[in-house]
Design a protein around this ligand. Structure first.
Ligand code: HAM
Length: 466
């Protein structure tokens, strides 16, 4: 039997519905922040990632899916989205667009040849957002706020935002010297990779996966203590804007990120829910002012963020967040003979076009088996199509919950279903089926309805407030 590749996943059933839901929340969030969707290729020239992300990073030196295509070109499956967006920005001369800055988002598969473990896959899906063409600290704060708002809109509460600043080039150079000076006497106690990193890129030692618990790394000098005045002032502005937006964060000098292109603000959002394991960073990003010019474009300040959809789905599951996912159908059509089957075919078409979720029988089950199937699909209503009723232009419709049956004219079926389904929603404590615990609100929501994102918030909050 052929099996899926290591570190790849089949997303099916309910989990697939959760993925689609997360995607829909992302689209709606990005609409509010006025970002345009961008699709870039899944494979690019190897050089783009090697030059863009950095030769000495793990992503490039160890985890890169490189191959030579039939035309002899060196190709790499994208390990992340930022480099492709920057290539597209330069190639399509987006810097010449009067509508600056360029704000784009993507949501697609990335590939990293990692040792697979929980939360660390070889094929992963990232949602990412990038602002190209502004150095305003407000854009750093906007990216951080959008990421936090995404997690909040999804109903996640147990998250922590860590921010740090790597400073501008001058600060980074000074800090680099300090790090080399600090690590040199201890270098024999660190792993082989770190010994190589010392001269090439000492910052990478700080996010070594092998030595991360080593005190030598923990006690290393902190970037934040080596910022020049301009960088420190810039970072203060970012924090100020975050405070204005009531975004909670912690300044964590250990955040340096695993990619070389960052300067100034860097940040990561951690899941704090029990059971997540060690790969608990939901998303991260930061400013990368040098990347566009490094890839032969004009000097362009940029900032961005990306988050793994798989890790979000895991956090939603561990936090037991109730989601407004449709797990039932409106109507199941049952039949016995070919004439009734043809009517099922016709009626299903009409009702689906009218907006109802309708299913029917496809495997030759008897009526008993069809009723069982209707139950498995959580059908709210069933109709047994019977030639005699149909000759009278009628159907017998059964409410699958109350088991009540009614004979109604086919002429009013759509109207009847509309009315019945609407009254079922009214009976639901919360119309969206998700909100009994105030899951979309802040922790301290007192159910005035202000923070609630639910479409039925007025009805729901009226009930809760009473
Ligand atoms: P990154 O930190 O490498 O940043 O990845 C962002 C997120 O992608 C991680 O926090 C994690 O949720 C998810 N992720 C990464 N690797 C894996 C994996 N092997 N398995 C599952 N999920 C994973 C970037 O990629 C930058 N491009 C972010 C950025 C955008 N910076 C500026 N703009």
């Amino acid at each position: 039997m052929i099996q899926k590749q290591k570190g790849c996943n089949d997303i099916t059933g309910r989990e697939a519905k959760v993925w689609k839901y997360v995607d829909s929340v992302i689209d709606s969030l990005m609409e509010k922040y006025n970002y345009n969707y961008i699709r870039t290729p899944i494979f690019e020239a190897t050089e783009l990632f090697h030059r863009g992300i950095g030769e000495s990073t793990d992503i490039v030196s160890k985890e890169s899916y490189d191959f030579v295509d039939k035309g002899g070109r060196s190709i790499t499956l994208r390990p992340e989205g930022t480099a492709g967006v920057v290539r597209s920005f330069i190639e399509n001369k987006m810097y010449g667009d009067p509508n600056q800055p360029i704000k784009v988002y993507y949501n697609g598969t990335m590939y990293r040849y990692e040792r697979p473990q929980s939360g660390r896959d070889r094929e992963l899906t990232q949602f990412g957002m990038e602002i190209l063409g502004s150095d305003d600290p407000l854009t750093d704060a906007e990216i951080i706020s959008a990421s936090v708002n995404l997690y909040k809109m999804l109903g996640l509460k147990e998250i922590k935002v860590n921010i740090n600043s790597l400073g501008d080039n001058e600060s980074r150079r000074a800090y680099r010297e300090k790090l080399i000076e600090y690590f040199k006497p201890h270098i024999k106690d660190l792993c082989e990779d770190c010994q190589e990193r010392l001269e090439k890129n000492p910052l990478r030692i700080l996010d070594c996966k092998v030595d991360c618990d080593n005190d030598i790394i923990k006690n290393a000098p902190k970037t934040i203590d080596h910022l020049n005045d301009a960088s420190r002032e810039r970072f203060e502005h970012v924090k100020e804007y975050l405070d204005i937006m009531s975004i909670k964060y912690e300044v964590n000098p250990n955040i340096v990120r695993g990619l070389d292109y960052y300067n100034h603000t860097v940040f990561e959002v951690e899941a704090k829910v029990d059971g997540f394991g060690s790969n608990n960073v939901l998303g991260g990003g930061g400013r990368y002012n040098g990347l566009v010019s490094q890839l032969d474009g004009p000097e362009t300040p940029c900032v961005g963020f990306a988050t793994g959809i798989g890790r979000i789905v895991k956090a939603l599951e561990l936090e037991k967040v109730k989601l407004p996912i449709v797990e039932d159908i409106d109507l199941f059509l049952l039949y016995v003979n070919e004439d009734e089957k043809k009517y099922a075919c016709y009626l299903a078409q009409e009702l689906r076009l009218a907006g109802f979720i309708v299913d029917t029988e496809y495997t030759g089950r008897g009526l008993k088996g069809q009723f069982k199937q209707a139950d498995r699909l959580n059908a709210k209503f069933t109709i047994v199509l019977n030639s005699e009723d149909l000759d009278n232009n009628e159907v017998k419709i059964k409410n699958n919950k109350t088991k009540e049956e009614e004979i109604i004219s086919l002429d009013v079926l759509i109207y009847y279903l509309d009315e019945q389904l609407a009254s079922m929603e009214d009976d639901d404590e919360c119309g969206c089926g998700c909100h009994e615990d105030g899951y979309n609100c802040d922790d301290d929501c007192d159910c005035t309805g202000d923070e609630c994102k639910c479409e039925n918030k007025e009805k729901h909050h009226k009930k809760k407030g009473e």
